[in-house]
Write a protein that binds this ligand. Structure first.
Ligand SMILES: [Zn+2]
Length: 278
């Protein structure tokens, strides 16, 4: 199956795509009305606008440095996953989405990095918890959010993972216990972005790593490619590598280029042309 990931409502209907993923809330904090004919996507703990409006929402490390986009390492501003009011707001957005379409995709779930969060609330909640290990406590926080969120999603629940399949890395980085989360989620989505896909060995390595990592969880994964200004032949080749491992292949943010690649790929499949690892 080929899907498109977009901010433009009309593109989810294009005939080339088997599925459309539509950003209802992205990392800028921009909000849109959910669609009935798409899997609506919610950036959960990435939100520049919310972080700017209320700096108290932003996670801090033990030196008090915030996880905002002006800091090294961060491309957008994060929100602390233990903020109850913000979480309630996310659950309300999920309710609005499932009223339109039963499938929902959760993006940007997790803590920003291993050294977060040491806000007063997180320090207090950890001290009050049954956990001695802060990393285990973080994973518990994230799992309980994902459990609450997916309980409200009657259709397919997707969860986006940072593209690092190395054992223990997602747990240390973001507090994502993949095995525990797999019991709540129907499908993981792994974005493997490149601006050219001139080489694809790394794509194959990461995809194969996720195949191994998720083996035994019973939860499949899809790969999301970046389609903007990528040469169509290179995009087709990347898609062929991705689909050897992934359940579905999604194309991000350039529906025209994605549609062109899918059309040509299907035509070549009919004519028996392959883009193997020649
Ligand atoms: Zn916190």
């Amino acid at each position: 199956m080929y899907g498109v990931v977009t901010r433009n409502a009309e593109e989810v209907e294009w005939s080339e795509f088997d599925a459309g993923f539509y950003e209802v809330k992205d990392v800028t904090g921009r909000a849109a009305e959910p669609l009935s004919n798409a899997v609506n996507m919610i950036s959960c703990f990435g939100d520049n606008a919310a972080a700017e409006d209320d700096p108290e929402l932003v996670p801090v490390n033990d030196e008090g440095d915030p996880a905002t986009r002006d800091q090294t390492y961060f491309d957008w501003s994060y929100i602390c996953p233990t903020n109850e009011r913000y979480r309630e707001g996310l659950l309300e957005i999920i309710d609005d989405c499932v009223a339109e379409n039963e499938a929902v995709r959760l993006d940007d779930v997790g803590f920003p990095r291993p050294e977060f969060c040491h806000c007063e609330r997180c320090d207090r909640l950890f001290a009050e918890s049954d956990h001695d290990d802060r990393m285990a406590w973080r994973a518990d926080v994230i799992e309980s959010f994902v459990a609450d969120a997916t309980d409200r999603i009657p259709g397919r629940a997707y969860l986006t993972l940072y593209p690092d399949p190395y054992p223990g890395h997602l747990y240390e980085r973001s507090g994502l216990d993949v095995d525990a989360l797999a019991t709540h989620v129907d499908e993981f989505v792994v974005p493997l972005y490149d601006t050219a896909y001139g080489t694809t060995y790394w794509l194959e390595t990461i995809a194969s790593g996720f195949e191994t990592r998720l083996e035994g969880t019973g939860t499949p994964f899809s790969i999301e490619l970046y389609a903007v200004d990528v040469d169509v032949d290179d995009l087709i080749h990347a898609a062929e590598v991705a689909e050897a491992y992934a359940n579905d292949v999604l194309f991000g943010y350039d529906a025209s280029n994605a549609a062109a690649a899918i059309r040509r790929k299907r035509a070549e499949a009919r004519d028996g042309v392959t883009h193997g690892n020649e």
